[in-house]
Write a protein that binds this ligand. Structure first.
Ligand code: ATP
Ligand code: MG
Ligand code: MG
Length: 371
């Protein structure tokens, strides 16, 4: 079989590889860590830094097409495969997603509503602290994920302190949004421009990290329409090929876009069981130039992330107790060392309604650490 190249060896890459294998492809991975989840199941490995130009060139040479499973790859390094239109999603979409300032400017330019924000570069604490309405959330423009690189500030003094601490980097100062719900739209677009989506997924975060996702999100039709049309607009305007996710805050009937990820997304993990074709299957089809499957939801579902805390709290999680709950599916990513906030795996539970699924997913996860 031909090779699909995947930059990044995490769980997203590993779940992409499962689908690539089913479709008859081989997978070559580039990751600095030979023990990364995808490195254990890939057909070929290039163990090197993501910024290693020679390593990326080698990957591009081996693979028919190249994709990536996380955002923080140096876009310039990818230029070689991009030039041949063998890198999907494209580097422009990637580089916009890497920088919150560019990302928000792009949202605004496309007519998508966002939280009020200010882009701040360099020490300019004083003027900004005067115009900001508190509380605000300061986010580093680059490199943040799972709530890393974010500070909530309730006062001008706090904001001043954070801006001074981060004076050497670019940040956005963003209004804290009193949202009713957070939702995401995961969608896939193929090389001919056809788009399929997985509906709205409701997301619950804990300490800045995704905790639960529920599908379909119980929201008003107008909310669904607004979020979906925003996500389609981004996919079309930015010429997406592959799967991407767009995160939203919902306030009443209003929808504000938070951020996007040009890759399969944690909130879309439940598509593996809940939809006829998963976000990973659609991603591989799209990047490989194959037709997308029509997305059809097979069941309501909830997903619970399994963080390393579960392992550090008990010697051995009680998987048997969790799996005794009906329609529970366990996914472990093969990470050797559990650390408290590290994503080690997830549970997906199917049920007649999203709320029943959520209740069971919570129950299943609690069962892991005992009665
Ligand atoms: P991810 O892991 O999704 O990439 P991230 O670190 O890039 O996360 P965000 O998605 O911007 O960061 O923020 C993480 C979470 O923090 C959000 O899902 C939301 O719960 C909360 N949050 C972020 N920005 C705001 C805001 N302006 N108002 C209220 N809550 C916010
Ligand atoms: Mg993010
Ligand atoms: Mg986010």
């Amino acid at each position: 079989g031909e090779y699909i190249g995947i930059i990044g060896g995490g769980q997203l890459g590993r779940m992409m590889a499962d689908e690539a294998h089913d479709l008859g492809f081989k997978v070559v991975v580039l990751d600095p860590d030979e023990n990364a989840p995808l490195c254990q199941v890939a057909d070929a490995r290039i163990i090197a830094d993501y910024g290693d130009q020679a390593a990326v060139a080698k990957l591009a040479q081996m693979a028919k097409v190249v994709t990536y499973e996380f955002e923080n790859v140096d876009a310039a390094v990818l230029a070689a495969c991009e030039a041949e239109r063998r890198l999907f999603p494209n580097t422009r979409l990637l580089s916009i997603s890497q920088d919150r300032i560019q990302e928000k400017a792009t949202f605004r330019a496309l007519g998508l509503r966002t939280a009020d924000y200010l882009a701040v570069t360099g020490v300019q604490g004083e003027p900004w602290t005067q115009v900001a309405r508190f509380p605000v959330i300061v986010k580093t423009a680059r490199g943040g994920y799972d709530g890393h690189g974010q500070r909530i500030c309730g006062s001008a003094q706090e904001l001043q302190g954070v801006l001074e601490e981060w004076r050497d980097i670019s940040v956005v100062v963003e209004q804290v949004v009193p949202f009713d719900k957070e939702v995401s739209v995961v969608l896939s677009r193929d090389q001919g421009g056809q788009i399929v989506d997985f509906g709205l997924i409701e997301n619950h975060h804990r300490n800045g990290i995704l905790d639960f996702s529920i599908s379909p999100a119980p929201v008003a039709p107008i909310v669904r329409e607004r979020a979906t049309s925003y996500a389609y607009r981004l996919a079309i305007e930015l010429d997406l090929v592959g799967t991407m996710a767009v995160e939203f805050f919902v306030i009443g009937d209003d929808v504000l876009v938070n951020e996007m990820a040009p890759r399969p997304h944690n909130s879309g993990h439940l598509t593996i069981e809940a939809f006829e074709y998963s976000q990973f299957a659609q991603h591989i089809r799209a990047v490989a130039g194959l037709p997308l499957g029509q997305t059809r939801q097979l069941s309501a579902a909830a997903m619970a992330n399994l963080l390393g805390d579960i392992w550090t709290a008990s010697d051995q999680p009680n998987f048997s107790a969790a799996l005794a709950i009906p329609s529970t599916h366990l996914h472990l990513y093969g990470k050797a060392t559990p650390r408290p906030a590290r994503k080690m795996g997830h549970l997906t539970v199917l049920a007649d309604s999203p709320n029943t699924a959520l209740r069971r997913a919570d129950q299943a996860r609690r069962a892991l650490t005992g009665p």
